[in-house]
Write a protein that binds this ligand. Structure first.
Ligand SMILES: Cc1cc2nc3c(=O)[nH]c(=O)nc-3n(C[C@H](O)[C@H](O)[C@H](O)COP(=O)(O)OP(=O)(O)OC[C@H]3O[C@@H](n4cnc5c(N)ncnc54)[C@H](O)[C@@H]3O)c2cc1C
Length: 271
């Protein structure tokens, strides 16, 4: 197929793999209107801020009313990762300019209390400001002819799922394996989709109520949440909950691809 580039020129390729992340523009070009996003009603901002003496080993998490949250997590680089959260329906904020997003955060967190002023003060100075309105990417199919989607561009599960990187790496591995195993790219893409669907469906099953529960709007809601978390962190109850809710992970059978890898190693390495 022939691919035209925005910067001019064109090239021919056997296959095009789109791995552009949740906001993929090529996905919208090749599959117009086919993504039906599942909005998670949570807006988040991440930034790195200078560490202070109060930032010890612990990840500290604070709830304010109106669905607002602030968290501070010291990293291994001598700085602290800050997160601001707002539980509310989406309002197109992901498409605003970074300046407008910063102004929005300043207004919403002005009276939040705790360490919010420290995080807001760092907003203008940080160079790694990340802002997004969480939504899952929901596609009925991940390929069209010789074009295939993978990673967040195909199935973003949002940070709430906690397995986005696992999915992206597994997807890339399976896709590469199927392209080696199959004679033509269309069959390879179909096999890749068959292998990955169950794992993606499981990851996207995170309930929409979760952000609402973790970011209460009233003082009473915050008190209730903290009481439940205190009880749940009791070792006896924690073990019980793990037994009651733990499910075996859903993942594709990777053994055929491992065998392919082994077959391709030089003889002296493969033993
Ligand atoms: C705040 C946050 C916390 C997270 N925490 C976790 C976690 O703890 N564990 C976990 O497993 N997952 C986590 N995730 C999810 C994980 O980061 C993603 O699922 C994963 O990065 C997806 O990988 P990807 O390669 O598909 O997309 P991305 O990592 O988004 O990479 C896509 C890349 O493509 C580039 N790009 C886009 N368009 C173009 C273009 N036209 N041309 C060239 N390049 C382009 C982008 O700039 C980007 O670099 C988190 C995500 C976020 C936002």
């Amino acid at each position: 197929m022939t691919v035209g580039f925005a910067g001019g020129g064109s090239e021919r390729y056997d296959a095009v793999i789109v791995a552009e992340g949740v906001g993929s523009s090529t996905r919208e070009r090749v599959f117009p209107g086919e993504n039906t996003p599942r909005w998670m009603d949570l807006t988040i901002a991440y930034l790195t801020i200078p560490r202070t003496a109060d930032d010890d080993r612990m990840w500290r998490w604070y709830n304010a009313t109106q669905g607002r949250g602030v968290s501070l997590r010291p990293d291994r680089h001598g700085t602290t990762r800050a997160m601001l959260m707002i539980q509310q329906p989406p309002g197109g904020e992901q498409d605003w300019s970074p300046d407008r997003q910063r102004a929005f955060l300043r207004a919403r967190f002005a009276d939040a209390g705790w360490e919010a002023p420290r995080v807001l003060a760092a907003l203008d100075k940080t160079d790694d400001f990340y802002f997004d309105v969480l939504r899952q990417v929901r596609m009925k199919v991940w390929s069209k002819g010789r074009v295939v989607l993978t990673g967040d561009a195909a199935w973003c599960a949002t940070p709430l799922a906690g397995v986005g990187t696992t999915l992206a790496i597994t997807g890339a591995y399976v896709l590469a394996g199927e392209m080696v195993r199959n004679g033509d790219v269309v069959s390879a893409f179909a096999a890749y989709e068959r292998a990955m669907r169950a794992m993606v469906d499981k990851a996207q099953g995170v309930p929409k109520i979760a952000p609402r529960v973790m970011n209460p709007h009233s003082r009473l809601g915050i008190r209730l949440l903290h009481a439940v978390l205190r009880a749940a962190s009791h070792p006896g109850l924690r073990n019980l909950a793990v037994k009651a809710f733990a499910r075996p992970p859903v993942q594709p059978d990777l053994s055929p691809y491992r065998a392919l890898e082994a077959g391709r190693l030089p003889e002296k390495l493969s033993g």
